[in-house]
Design a protein around this ligand. Structure first.
Ligand code: MRU
Length: 347
C-alpha cells in the first residue's frame, strides 16, 4: 500500500541482500519510521515489542529472523530442530534456502490478501446494490487486520480497499481497540492514508450503531481459526459478533488459510488466551499538544488490572469466512469444501 504516495510493504529485504527492514508500528500514527533487522535478536525484539504485529506479519518476520540466524550460525542445533524442512540441506546453502522461503511466504501472503479482497468485494458490491444511490456501505472493523498486520493489503481491509478502488461509496467504523488502540492508531492511519472515509469510535459504540441501522456489515481478522470455524481474534471481537447477531448484521472474518489450525475444533476450550502486561491497560500513550509523545497512567495506584489479549468467537456467530479461495460457511464442512486437501490431512 502507500505511505505519502510511495508504495510500501510492511517488511522487505534491503538492497544488501540480507538485512530486513520493517515499519516500526509502535510509533504510528505519530511518526513513520523504519527499522533494520540485522540478526535474530532484532527480529525477536520486533515481534515482542510489537514493532510488527498481526498474525501474518509476525509469521513472515519470524521467517526472516531465521534467515538472519542462519547467516550467523547455520549449525545451530536449535534452529535445526525448529526447521524440519531445512534439516537435510547442505549447511552452506541453508541461509539462501531460508531467504527464498521467507520471500515466498511474503509473496504468498500478498497474493492471499489480494484474493480475500476480491471475494470480499463481491459481498460489499451486493450490499451497495441495496443502498439508496450515494449512500455508503457502513462497515465496522475491530483492531487492525489491515495492511500493517500482513505484508500488504490486509485481510479484513482487503475487501475495503478493493471496494474503495472500484469507487463503491463506503464508510468504515473503526473500533479504537483498547488496550493497545490498534484501531485508533493503525487502522485509522491506514484508511486515512488511502482516502477511505472512516470514523474512530470507542469500543463500546458498535452495538448502539447496529441497533440504529448504521452498520451494514462487520469484517474482522483472525489470529487462529479452528477446523470448525471458531475464530480467535483481538479481545472484543466476540462482543461485536454477539451484537451483530442480535441486530441481523452480517459478521465476516477475513481468513488467510494458513491461520486455520486443522488440528483443533473447539476454540473456546482449545485456544489458550494470552494475557499481556497490565501496563498496556493501566497506561495510555499518545501525543501531547506540545507534540511530545507521552505515556500516562489512568488507573489508581494499587488497582489490579487483567489484560486478556484475544477472545474466541464461536462459528455460530460468523456469517462467513472470506478466504483466498472464496467465502466459506463457518463450519467444518464449509472449510473442508474449500480446502479438501488440508482438511483431509488433519483427519
Ligand atoms: O495484538 P495484535 O495487534 O497482533 O492483534 C491483531 C489482530 O487481532 C488481528 O485481527 C489479527 O492478527 C489478524 S491480522 C490479519
Amino acid at each position: 500500500m502507500n505511505v505519502g504516495g510511495k508504495p510500501y510493504r510492511t517488511i522487505w529485504l534491503n538492497g544488501d541482500g540480507w538485512s530486513v527492514d520493517i515499519i516500526d508500528q509502535t510509533l504510528l500514527p505519530h511518526r513513520f519510521e523504519t527499522v533494520t533487522l540485522r540478526n535474530l535478536s532484532d527480529a525477536a525484539h520486533a515481534i515482542r515489542s510489537m514493532q510488527v504485529r498481526g498474525a501474518p506479519l509476525i509469521g513472515v518476520t519470524a521467517a526472516y529472523g531465521l534467515c538472519l540466524a542462519l547467516r550467523e550460525d547455520a549449525s545451530d542445533a536449535g534452529i535445526d530442530r525448529a526447521c524440519e524442512t531445512l534439516r537435510n540441506q547442505p549447511k552452506d546453502k541453508l541461509a539462501g534456502i531460508a531467504y527464498r522461503r521467507a520471500a515466498e511466504m511474503a509473496d504468498d501472503d500478498v497474493a492471499i490478501c489480494k484474493a480475500i479482497g476480491g471475494h470480499g468485494l463481491r459481498i460489499i458490491q451486493a450490499l451497495a446494490a441495496k443502498k439508496p444511490a450515494g449512500h455508503p456501505v457502513n462497515i465496522l472493523t475491530h483492531c487492525n487486520a489491515g495492511w500493517l498486520a500482513t505484508v500488504d493489503w490486509g485481510t479484513a481491509t482487503a475487501p475495503i480497499y478493493a471496494a474503495h478502488g472500484q469507487g463503491i461509496p463506503l464508510h468504515v467504523w473503526v473500533d479504537e481497540t483498547r488496550p493497545r488502540n490498534q484501531g485508533a492508531s493503525l487502522t485509522a492511519w491506514e484508511l486515512n492514508g488511502h482516502g477511505v472515509p472512516h470514523t474512530v469510535i470507542a469500543d463500546n459504540v458498535g452495538g448502539h450503531l447496529m441497533q440504529h441501522g448504521q452498520v451494514d456489515m462487520c469484517i474482522v481478522g483472525t489470529d487462529r481459526t479452528t477446523a470448525s470455524g471458531d475464530v480467535a481474534n483481538k479481545i472484543g471481537t466476540y462482543l461485536k459478533a454477539l451484537a451483530a447477531r442480535d441486530n441481523g448484521v452480517p459478521f465476516y472474518v477475513g481468513l488467510p488459510s494458513p491461520t486455520i489450525d486443522w488440528r483443533i475444533a473447539d476454540g473456546i476450550r482449545e485456544i489458550p488466551i494470552e494475557q499481556r502486561s497490565g501496563e498496556e491497560l493501566s497506561q495510555v500513550t499518545g501525543r501531547m499538544s506540545s507534540g511530545e509523545i507521552a505515556t500516562v497512567t489512568i488507573t489508581p495506584e494499587g488497582s489490579p488490572v487483567a489484560n486478556y489479549a484475544f477472545d474466541v468467537t464461536p462459528a455460530a456467530l460468523v456469517t462467513g469466512l472470506i478466504t483466498e479461495r472464496g467465502v466459506a460457511k463457518a463450519s467444518r464442512e464449509g472449510l473442508a469444501a474449500l480446502f479438501p486437501e488440508r482438511a483431509g490431512r488433519a483427519g
